[in-house]
Design a protein around this ligand. Sequence first.
Ligand code: OOG
Ligand code: MG
Length: 253
Amino acid sequence: MDIQHLAQIIDDAAKNAIAIPQLSIDHPFDETTAYDIQAASIQRRIQRGEQLVGLKMGFTSYAKMEQMGVHDMIWGRLTDQMLIQNGETISLDTMIHPRAEPEICFRISKDVDKQLTMDDIPEYVDGIAAAIEIIDSRYQNFKFSLEDVIADNCSSTGFVVGEWHPIDTPLSNLSMNLSFDGKLQQEGNSDAILGNPWQSLLDASRLAIKYGESIKKGAYIMAGAATPATYIKEGIMVQAEVERLGSVSFNVK
Ligand code: OOG
Ligand code: MG
């Protein structure tokens, strides 16, 4: 198994916005190897000058698992190039078949050096916000196995974070909606994220320790979508609204 070679294939697909066949069809690999391919592909981005700014969790809701036919939690890396400003106008030229999904984001206030528990949250987190993730699988037809999607950095492409709110803002049973030009596309609830979105943050710390990845002060942690994702297209305004956390949006050129 040539990890560097597979990392280059997936990185080129993302860089050139050209879909590829599922990597695992010709080169079956296990989950550990999939994370090695992800790490190597992110290393290529870092060599081009991108910086790691956080982690994203995926398949933390049944809505997402059902939509994609994949049934295990995954995690990927976020770089500064993926960060979109709230209200920004973006072009889809660099994407293949992007979709948007409503999320919650956490901001880390202290380097994470252990697996966090609920009691640790006030010491390590200083903000929560409504967020949107743009996912853009590098695989043809947005189809993949668990190993494929992990190798593809869990489809990470862009993320937008709304206004930060204090961490004592209750996160249970909040409506989470996605709309295009004010028209509702997806409707969900924060409880869909592992029963409690904070659990996603705790799992992110567990997985970071397991895989030797660090979560630094200032990092963004995306909790995973509460609803299925919807394809975005030119000329629309994409907005997520999370009860108590307000709304966050971007425009598509
Ligand atoms: C994989 C990414 C999953 C989430 O929030 O569950 C994810 C995909 O659906 O392409 O980001
Ligand atoms: Mg997501």
